[in-house]
Design a protein around this ligand. Structure first.
Ligand SMILES: Nc1ncnc2c1ncn2[C@@H]1O[C@H](COP(=O)(O)OP(=O)(O)O)[C@@H](O)[C@H]1O
Ligand SMILES: [Mg+2]
Length: 230
């Protein structure tokens, strides 16, 4: 369970301060697929970087699995609990897909398997990248393929929290659907907690829970699917 309690965060531009998060509280349950919606500039990327331990709030608390993440623990939290997928994929272009995924396995304190390459191929297969594609340099792959590899890379450190910032922003609608199916599967079949920032109504409709970021706070937009069904 990932829990935020009364988070506050703002940016200072010269003399003026712009508040982005204001007493923002929310609980993200394990194994669910969340989407975060909100107008451009509402603070979605800022929120995600705080959740991912890339930045810390000015006040308030972030709890993961009943443990508060203090500033001393941020580095370990980020390194061992979090996988991130970006809109621009952010892969290393001159390496192959398989090399990108293997590299990520070394950037964690979590146990690294001896048969790294095998595990990396299996992860890639899980997201629909066959071996022949995994062996190509990133620059020779389509946007959709690169994003699949970025998802496999996010999983490489064997983490339970997967965050994505507008991961389908550069993809066509058909590819977007395939990528979203992967995120959904990560939550449903592999028990990951998946939090995806998106502009897309389509993407958000596939999630278990839609959350709106507005005026510095998170608001749940629809009831749980299970409840909606009964
Ligand atoms: N490093 C920064 N310094 C100052 N202002 C920033 C910084 N990063 C983002 N902002 C501002 O904070 C607001 C929220 O940004 P962001 O989190 O990127 O929103 P979103 O992802 O929802 O579009 C925007 O007005 C943006 O211009
Ligand atoms: Mg953003």
């Amino acid at each position: 369970m990932l829990k935020l309690i009364n988070l506050n965060y703002g940016y200072t531009d010269g003399a003026s301060r712009r508040s982005i998060l204001q007493d923002c509280s929310y609980t993200f349950e394990d194994g669910r697929f969340y989407t975060i919606l909100g107008p451009s500039g509402s603070g979605k990327t800022t929120l995600l970087s705080i959740l991912a331990g890339l930045d810390s709030a000015e006040s308030g608390e972030l709890w993961y699995n009943d443990t508060p993440i203090t500033s001393a623990q941020l580095y370990h939290y980020r390194r061992n609990q979090i996988g991130i997928v970006f809109q621009q994929y952010n892969l290393i272009n001159y390496l192959t897909g398989i090399e990108n995924v293997e590299l990520a396995m070394t950037e964690t304190d979590n146990a690294v398997p001896k048969n790294r390459r095998e595990i990396a191929y299996a992860l890639l297969e899980k997201v629909g990248i066959v071996q022949s594609k995994a062996n190509r340099p990133i620059s020779k792959l389509s946007g959709g393929e690169q994003q699949r590899i970025a998802i496999a890379r996010a999983l490489a450190a064997n983490v339970d929290l997967i965050f994505a910032d507008e991961p389908t922003g550069n993809l066509d609608t058909a590819t977007e659907q395939e990528i979203i199916r992967i995120f959904k599967q990560l939550a449903e079949e592999f028990g990951k907690t998946v939090i995806v920032v998106t502009h897309s109504e389509t993407v958000s409709q596939f999630s278990d829970e839609r959350v709106l970021l507005a005026e510095g706070q998170l608001h749940r937009m629809n009831p749980k699917k299970e409840e909606a069904k009964v």
